[in-house]
Design a protein around this ligand. Structure first.
Ligand code: ADP
Ligand code: MG
Length: 243
């Protein structure tokens, strides 16, 4: 088991975002989280990599309990790659610099080794020819692929994606989803928040609908997307699929 969440609860002040969330993610599984805006999908992902702290409940990553002490937290974070809606690249560094930065500075790997691995990762996301470019000269889709390569450079056991294509022009969405699909095929364990239902259908092993403060429904893409069991799921899917 890569992720084991039990009884997760989170509030901001008086507002409960979710409570009683149990979720397991197995090795090489791709779990797609869907749900209305404000349901707490981002907050849940941020709790999984320790950017936010649960009010109650536990999260285990590869058998290690997420604690909020600096040492263990940093160790767990290195094992968890995250890609956000906005690209968060360092603007003053080349593409190659962005990808090899954390392996050298955080993981203490030799520069030459990190550089070589960064080149391989950029090749893998289709950007071998952009190593020396700066983020400002790239399209949104290219930036997001650099962000994926940068996360992979830490050799994570788990990748979290929070609406990685939501900020992209429509014609650039496909190239990013394709990189994610390839990663899933290679066996990466992934939790993906997305509204791309075709991606969910093709790539997800499991779709989880988060709404009304908890997990409303989960199952295979076919089960959840085609034959939702609850009125809440039907209402959400009708709203999304009508767009
Ligand atoms: N740092 C924060 N402080 C206060 N409220 C927050 C914070 N982050 C998120 N929220 C609130 O928590 C709820 C869930 O947000 P979020 O996890 O971003 O939902 P989703 O990603 O599903 O759209 C929303 O009501 C949001 O306004
Ligand atoms: Mg969100």
């Amino acid at each position: 088991m890569v992720v084991r969440i039990r009884g997760a609860a989170k509030a901001f002040g008086p507002v409960t975002v979710f409570e009683g969330i149990d979720l397991d993610v197995h090795q090489s599984e791709v779990v797609v989280l869907i749900g209305p805006s404000g349901a707490g999908k981002s907050t849940l992902l941020r709790c999984v990599n320790g950017l936010e702290r649960l009010d109650a409940g536990t999260i285990d990553i590869s058998g290690e309990r997420l604690s909020y002490q600096q040492g263990p937290l940093n160790r767990i974070r290195r094992n968890v790659g995250m890609v956000f809606q906005s690209f968060n690249l360092f603007p003053h560094m080349s593409v190659l610099g962005n990808v090899m930065c954390a392996p050298v500075k955080v993981a203490g790997r030799p520069r030459d080794e990190a550089r070589q691995e960064a080149r391989q990762l950029l090749d893998k996301v289709g950007l071998a020819d952009k190593c020396d470019s700066f983020p400002s000269s790239l399209s949104g889709g290219q930036r997001q692929r650099v962000a994926i390569a940068r996360a992979l450079a830490m050799r994570p056991q788990l990748m979290l994606f929070d609406e990685p294509t939501s900020a992209l022009d429509p014609e650039l969405v496909g190239e990013v989803l394709e990189v994610m699909r390839a990663l899933a095929t290679e066996g990466m364990t992934m939790i993906v928040v997305t509204h791309e239902m075709q991606f969910a259908r093709k790539v997800a092993d499991r779709v989880v609908l988060v709404a009304d403060g908890g997990i409303v429904e989960q199952g295979s893409p076919q089960a959840v997307l085609d034959e939702p069991a609850t009125p809440r799921a039907r209402a959400f899917l009708n709203a999304v699929l009508e767009r």
